[in-house]
Every structure is written in C-alpha cells, then in structure tokens.
Design a protein around this ligand. Structure first.
Ligand code: C2O
Ligand code: CU
Ligand code: CU
Length: 479
C-alpha cells in the first residue's frame, strides 16, 4: 500500500476530502453557504463608525446534523464583516465573553491594516483581556481598498482560538473601488469566501494539536467555507466577484473551477492589482487573500464546483495531506445576472524603487533549528529590531527548512515583493501584499515603506502553530 492510500484509509472515517479526487458528488453539497453578515455600525466618538464585537462561544453545525462547540464574534463561529472606508475614523469595542478556561484571554489584530502599534493588537500586551473585560481600538484606515481580516493574537493561543472559529473580514473601500465598474452587491455578486480546514471527530467535536506531527502541519479533515462543510451557493448568471481568504493555519489551496475555465484575479492582500490577471488556477497560502472574477453569463442552470486542485508539495507536507485535490464548494448558477465587462485596468500599483531602500535585513526561517527565525524563538521581552519611521527597507526572507513552505507575515500594512530566488515573480504578486509564501530553500525579497507607523509590531510565520511555538519576532518603529 502506498503512503497516500494509508492516509486515505485512515481518514476514511470522516468521509473525507481528497481521496475521491477533485470531483464532488452533487448530493453531498446540500446546504446553503452562509454569508457573514455585515455588522451595523453606530456613531462613536467624534462621528467615528463604531462597531461592537463580542467574543463568545456557541454551537455550530459545521457538518450537517452534527453540533460542534466553537468560538466566534457576535455568534457561534467566525464574525460579522466590518465595512470601513479610507479616511473615515473607526472604533471597535471588543468584549470578551468567552467561557472561563486556560485559553479564555483574547485580543484583536487587524491583519493587513496599517495602524499605530498601540492598536495593531488590542490590548498590545501579547496576553489579552480576560472574560468580562472590554477594550476599544480607534484608528483611521488610510490605504487602498482591500479585503482584510481580523483575528485574535494572544501569544501561544492564536492558533487554537482561530481554529475554534475566531476570525472575521474587513471590507475596506475607497474612491477607487467606488469608481470601478465591478460587482458590488455583498453576498449576491460580490461574495466573501472564508476557506478553512478543520479536523473534526465523527461526533462533530474539534480535534486540535493531537500529535507531534501537528506541530509542523496542523491539517484538517474537513473543508469549510464560511464555517460550513460542503455548501452550495446560488449565483447570478453574470460576472461574479469572489473574495477569497485562506483562513487555514497550514493548508494551501490551488483554486480552480471544475471545468478549468479562465478567471481573473483582480486583487491581492492589500488591494487591486494594476490590471486583471487571467488564470485557470490560483495558489493561495495561509492568511493570503485574493479577489477573483468569474464569468457565469452563459451558465444559467448549471452547477459546478469550486475546487482545490492537486499541487506539488514537499514530501513531508504531502504526507500530511498538503497538495491533495478536493471540491471546496458547489456554485449553482440559478439567478438572472447582468452582463458586465471585466475592466481592462484597475488601479495602478507604482513599484517602490529598490534604490529608495536605505537598509537590507535578512531573516532566516529555521536557519539553526526547528521553529526559529535568525536562530531565535519569540521572547516578548526582546525587541528584535528597530526601524526608523519613514524609512524604506528591503527584507530578505530565506526558508532554510526542507520539508515545508512557511507563509511569512509582517504587521504594519502593505508592502511589495521584489523577487523570488526560485524564479520570476508571477504578475499576481506585483500588487500590495502582507503575507507571502517562502518555499523550501527559497529567498523572497520584499520592500517596505515604514511610513505612518509608530510603536511595536510583529513579523511571524502565519502557520499559527509555528507562530505559537515562537516563530515570531517584534520590531519597533521609532521617530
Ligand atoms: Cu494574521 Cu500577526 O497575524
Ligand atoms: Cu497581521
Ligand atoms: Cu511556519
């Protein structure tokens, strides 16, 4: 028996994934996909848009007919979508109503937003609030329209809390997104898809970090979209915009439509690409976002799967299930749609010139051992580096690990990729980014403008179990 068959049999209990290939059976996809609700705002201090988020526990139905105890914001799993506008002040109050446990302290991080260090994570003490406590973060987004997200960040517990369900989306809009002729009706032709894997026991309960191997690859046996397994989504027979977040810890996806049709990526982590990029398959690593447009105008009455195709992964990753094919969800083209052309251009992304950088820094992932960056694991008492506010720097991130790709994330907003040692940068990586995959043996160079930043920020591997075990560092931006 091959290793793969062994793994498939082992997982067969949970009826899984990949073993049947990328094709799904129609009858399995019988539940409508939930769309995270848009949170209504109230008016806060000085006219700010005020949102209230309550961290809580609840019971979810991830697998049809099976209850799962989960965590979420303002509900049992995931959180509502927060709309923000460039230049408009926002206030978010987090109240912790999690049940008491060893991991009941939580905080909030705005993944991809450029904000001051004092609100990048609130409270910014690596520990967070205990049940019964509240805190308010106030900031004014000043960056291009994008799909961003929020999630907890208490050191050592981020992975567990996100795995239990804590994460939500931020839709940042601006004058550019207003002016573009794109599908914009939330949940109708502009649909967010939070794609995650989770390991569930047969009774529906969550299994997390069970084996030593899970420290490296915490892979699930179920694929969820917006908190539900095997959903279908009714869509109009027109141009549709899907806003993808890979909210998984370790799993990467090679998104494709069942019939292999061409679609267009229009945005990456930090906003619009300069122009739509045509593709048949899109690789999205943990924490990365991608917006795609798919033309269903000739597909009224059709059903087709959004899949993840098989892709090559390092041997140990592949043994853990990375790179296998499976259906993600079913798309049902049932509604009338309007004809719409894909715009020829979107929003210019002026390249930051390399010679603007005054400093080059190196980051070695697992250079001297397991889970280290530059030979060290995270120490909240140690500031790993200091950056001058307003400076432009090049960060060179090298992955010394052979068996695994690490998704590297830097707090403090958006930057640009300059190069990948393994080959040319793909066009869809020429936009704004906050997280990027560093493949085994590869060096990725990025250029960052530390403008409008002040205070303490983090950089880390976004495989949250790696982050929790210390694959993280902190930097201060000082005037
Ligand atoms: Cu998505 Cu430090 O986080
Ligand atoms: Cu972040
Ligand atoms: Cu990692």
């Amino acid at each position: 028996m091959s290793i793969l068959e062994g793994v498939c049999l082992g997982l067969a209990v949970s009826a899984l994934l990949a073993c049947g290939g990328a094709a799904g059976s129609d009858s399995k996809f019988a539940r409508p996909m939930p769309v995270p609700p848009l949170l209504s705002a109230t008016t806060g201090t000085g006219g700010a848009t005020h949102y209230d988020l309550v961290a809580q526990s609840g019971t979810s139905e991830i697998m049809a007919g099976k209850p799962t105890e989960t965590y979420g914001y303002n509900g049992a799993i995931l959180g509502p979508t927060l709309r923000m506008r460039r230049g408009q002040a926002v206030e978010v109050t987090l109240t912790n109503q999690l049940p008491e446990s060893e991991h009941d302290h939580t905080n909030l991080h705005w993944h991809g937003l450029k904000v001051g260090g004092e609100v990048d994570i609130v409270p910014n003490d690596h520990h967070g609030l205990h049940p019964g406590k509240s805190i308010t973060a106030a900031f004014t987004p000043d960056q291009p329209a994008a799909l961003l997200w929020y999630h907890p960040h208490p050191h050592g517990f981020t992975g567990m809390q996100v795995n239990l369900g804590m994460a939500g989306l931020i839709l940042l809009e601006d004058a550019v997104s207003d002016a573009l002729a794109l599908p914009k009706t939330y949940g109708v032709d502009d649909v967010p898809l939070v794609v995650q894997d989770k390991r569930l026991n047969a009774d529906g309960s969550i299994a997390y970090m069970e084996t030593m191997g899970d420290r490296d690859f915490m892979m699930g046996n179920r694929i969820l979209v917006n908190g539900v397994e095997n959903p279908y989504l009714d869509l109009p027979a027109g141009l549709v915009r899907l806003r993808l977040l890979n909210g998984s810890s370790t799993r990467r996806y090679a998104f494709a439509l069942e019939d292999g049709r061409t679609f267009h990526q229009i945005a990456s982590d930090g906003g619009f690409l300069a122009a739509p990029v045509a593709m048949e398959q899109l690789h999205v690593g943990p924490a990365e976002r991608a917006e795609i447009m798919v033309d269903f105008s000739k597909d009224r009455g059709r059903r087709l799967f959004l899949q993840s195709r098989s892709f090559e992964a390092a041997e140990e990753e592949a043994a853990a299930g990375q790179g296998r094919a499976f259906p993600v969800m079913q798309l049902r083209i049932t509604q009338p749609g309007k004809a719409m052309a894909i715009p020829a251009s979107l929003s210019p992304v002026p390249r930051i010139p390399e010679n603007e950088a005054t400093r080059v820094r190196q980051f070695g992932l697992e250079d001297t051992g397991d889970g280290v960056i530059n030979g060290q694991t995270f120490d909240e008492m140690r500031v790993d580096l200091t950056v001058a506010a307003g400076a432009t720097e090049i960060w060179e991130v090298t992955n010394f690990a052979k068996p695994i790709a690490h998704p590297f994330h830097i707090h403090g907003g958006q930057f640009q990729l300059l190069s990948r040692s393994a080959g040319d940068l793909p066009v869809n990586e020429l936009g704004w980014k906050d997280t990027f995959l560093v493949n085994p043996g590869e060096t990725v160079r990025v250029i960052i403008r530390f403008q409008g930043l002040k205070g303490r920020y983090l950089y880390h591997c976004h495989i949250l179990e790696h982050e929790g075990m210390g694959m993280m560092g902190q930097f201060d931006v000082v005037p």
